[in-house]
Design a protein around this ligand. Sequence first.
Ligand code: LLP
Length: 432
Amino acid sequence: MIQAPRLDGRFRLSEIQARELAKDFGTPLYVIDETAFRSRIRRYRDALAASYPRTELSFAAKANSTLAVLAIAHQEGCVLDVASEGELRAALAAGAPGSTCRLHGNFKRSDELDFALAQGIGEIVVDSLDEIEMLAARAFGATRLVLRLAPAVNPVTHEKISTGQADTKFGLGISSGAAEAAVRRCVELGLPLSGYHCHVGSQLLDPEAQLLGGETIARFAVQMAKLHGVTPLSLNVGGGLGVRYVDEEPMEVEEYCRLVAAGVSRALEGSGLAPTLAHEPGRALVAESGVTLYTVGPIKEVDLGRGAQRVYVSVDGGMSDNPRPALYDAAYTVLPLAAGDGPTRKVTVCGRHCEADTMFRDVELPVDLKPGDLLQVLCTGAYASSMASNYNRFPRPATVLIRPDGKPEIVQERETWDQVLAREPIPEDLRT
Ligand code: LLP
């Protein structure tokens, strides 16, 4: 028997809604619930504000850079953290002025920096000594610089989304002296250095590394104020708070904010410094507000010998609309439309790409599931549409936003065949 997962913050579609959306917009379909997204942002913002005297919440655009999603985050007062010129252009197109954006990246190209500065970008997070030299000759206007530090903490998460350890391409190491050298160089060049940043990893369920990271950059700020007279206006502890994909128990955001703030306050005690404490989560704000709707295709019962059997249930999407299972062995909650009391069995849900494309393992689904039925996958609001590809020339799915009045509105069209093939002229002599 399938039981609806116990009540939690994750958005899910009702059976009627799912049927209507599939009929009107087709599948695979990303669905984002505006009310759920807004209330997540507000809850995080309130928790952060309650934790510390001056705070700032950003939304990490990489988690979901659909323009309507960025517009909502901007409307809710979030700074937009962008990791590339493309994400900055998306933020601008969504109506966020450059001054409300922060540019990240371990390799910002010179033209990217020029573009960001021309847009009056609020902050640039400087990642290396070479980048300081690139910035040296530029005019900043009101743009501030923040140094990304590598606090050498070891987050408990998948290695591909772990960034706070000593062996990382991101940021400036503290123990190696690179971070202090960067501060000295900024002072020497008269650059508008105004704070420090760290992001130790993503989908963190154990916040220990994050807490250490915050404390470490705050301690560094105190030292740099003493040694080099740099007054930090902001300390940014990045994003990283985990969410529930299946049965994870992420820390409540209130508790998390309180602990981060306590560590930072401890480190700043007696220093007379009063920087703004900034967080820039992506996943924790948008993941649980989204689902992906798929249509079931062929179902196969494969004989594994000795009486064992595996049931493959194929869906009309796969690694091109959600590469997270392939990249990080990510698990998800998969629900048939109705949670009923009929018999169920464990199946492997696979996509329709030309490789194993195993999406979801050991999923309990009704025995009578058949081609044409719908499945919804919870918690796909983050790092699904933003990581989608055209592998096997699949058109990328549409995104529908459920507005506060319950009406669906398309905010990202399904790619057309023309768009899928649009970028490729064929040399004249290859045309037959
Ligand atoms: N700030 C910085 C500098 C970051 O690098 C990231 C994520 C964030 C904020 C937001 O982190 P969040 O709160 O979303 O954990 N594609 C991977 C996640 C990569 C995260 C990269 N950086 C995934 O699907 O799990």
